[in-house]
Design a protein around this ligand. Structure first.
Ligand SMILES: O=P(O)(O)OC[C@H]1O[C@H](OP(=O)(O)OP(=O)(O)O)[C@H](O)[C@@H]1O
Ligand SMILES: O=c1cc[nH]c(=O)[nH]1
Ligand SMILES: [Mg+2]
Length: 217
């Protein structure tokens, strides 16, 4: 399984990651959402380099220009809520992609224990397509796992890209143990060393859904 960790390369993406982590900056919700979107845009651009391309002859007003364009049929799937701005970043670049939405949320039994609930899925068929599952946070990896299982009720993709911004080391290992090795790539902007007793990533950034959209009751 390929793992692409953007923090290992110096680029402007790291500036956006520093802003979504920074307690002095992250409470500006518009900026938080836009930074997540911008990271999605850059990741989409980098991901596009891994697709299959073929040359098409494009008619211009003056002649024919051979242009190599991607042939993958893309389905961008996201996990509500925090995935929404990240999804939008990918969609800004992959404008003809199909889209899927899965709801996954933590239902707490007490302050520490919770189950992940999936109540909603809207997706096209995904057989033979390139599935991109976007969620900015991978803490335990359980939301990603259950969302992937929900997506498999819609068919079997030919390749899978798990796109995240901050992943814990534990979540990366979990994803590696459950996703098909030969057709999955994990993309992330950073891999953080641990999760705390509330299953929040440390140092992480806090609660991405709340920072993007406000606290839930
Ligand atoms: O890897 P996990 O341990 O499953 O945690 C990660 C999940 O937590 C966040 O969603 P959350 O449940 O906070 O929902 P929200 O986006 O509505 O805030 C995040 O967007 C992931 O979906
Ligand atoms: O660190 C975490 C873990 C789950 N969800 C978040 O938004 N952040
Ligand atoms: Mg949340």
């Amino acid at each position: 399984m390929k793992i692409i960790d953007f923090s290992k390369t110096n680029s402007i993406l790291n500036q956006y990651v520093s802003e979504i982590r920074n307690v002095e900056v992250q409470n500006d919700r518009l900026r938080f959402r836009r930074n997540i979107e911008r990271i999605g845009e850059i990741m989409a651009y980098e991901m596009s380099k891994s697709f299959a391309y073929s040359t098409k002859d494009i008619r211009t007003p003056l002649g024919i220009a051979p242009v190599c364009t991607p042939d993958n049929q893309l389905v961008i799937s996201t996990i509500l809520r925090a995935g929404l701005p990240f999804h939008q970043g990918f969609l800004s670049y992959f404008d003809n992609a199909e889209n899927a939405f899965v709801s996954a949320y933590r239902k707490y039994k007490d302050t520490l224990k919770f189950d992940i609930h999936i109540e909603y899925i809207a997706s096209p068929r995904i057989d033979g397509k390139t599935l991109i599952i976007t969620d900015p946070m991978l803490a335990t990896g359980s939301s990603m796992e259950l969302s992937y299982q929900a997506m498999l009720t819609k068919g079997h993709p030919s390749e899978i890209h798990v796109a995240s911004i901050i992943a814990s080391r534990q979540a990366v290992e979990h994803i590696m143990s459950i996703f098909p090795e030969e057709k999955t790539t994990i993309w992330c902007a950073a891999i953080d060393p641990e999760i705390n007793e509330h299953s929040y990533i440390v140092p992480g950034l806090g609660d991405a859904g709340d920072l993007a959209y406000g606290e839930k009751e």
